[in-house]
Design a protein around this ligand. Structure first.
Ligand SMILES: [Zn+2]
Length: 151
């Protein structure tokens, strides 16, 4: 897309890259949306229920709050002076598939994937985290066995 500009800047300053970095710093780092699954999700490592909101960066990244089963955000969690009027919520939605992260009370990070059907968030899949936790448990079991055998 910026081939000509990049070629012209070869060996020099790439202004597009610099501006891109600034833009990312200002608009994307630290910005996310919050997510509320329909049912409480238990941590695959310790079993405690994730009570805090999940967070993700695949959506609009405007600190909008999405609730599973709803097509549009249900809240905008920012200071009142910059908060969208709720009539604007219908301008925002989620991609068919999006990443989200929950943190349990013990501090485990749980990676999940949200999936939409017809633009409505329908599913929260943490099977990858469950497999990871199962792998961790298996490694720990092996470690304990080795320890008991004096390895
Ligand atoms: Zn946990």
């Amino acid at each position: 897309m910026h081939n000509s500009a990049r070629a012209g800047n070869r060996g020099g300053l790439n202004l597009t890259a610099i501006l891109g970095t600034v833009r990312c710093t200002v608009w994307h780092v630290g910005m996310f949306d919050t997510f509320e699954p329909a049912l409480p999700i238990s941590c695959p490592w310790c079993g405690s229920v994730v009570t805090d909101d999940w967070q993700g960066k695949s959506g609009p990244c405007l600190l909008l709050h999405f609730r599973q089963g709803e097509r549009h955000p249900v809240a905008h969690r920012v200071d009142e002076d910059v908060r969208f009027d709720p009539t604007r919520f219908e301008e925002f939605g989620l991609p068919d598939e999006f990443d989200l992260v929950g943190v349990c009370a013990s501090g485990h990070f749980i990676q999940g994937v949200g999936r939409c059907r017809d633009g409505v968030w329908r599913e929260t899949d943490i099977s990858a985290a469950e497999e990871q936790a199962a792998g961790d448990a298996e490694r720990e079991r092996v470690r304990q066995v080795r320890k008991s055998l004096g390895y």
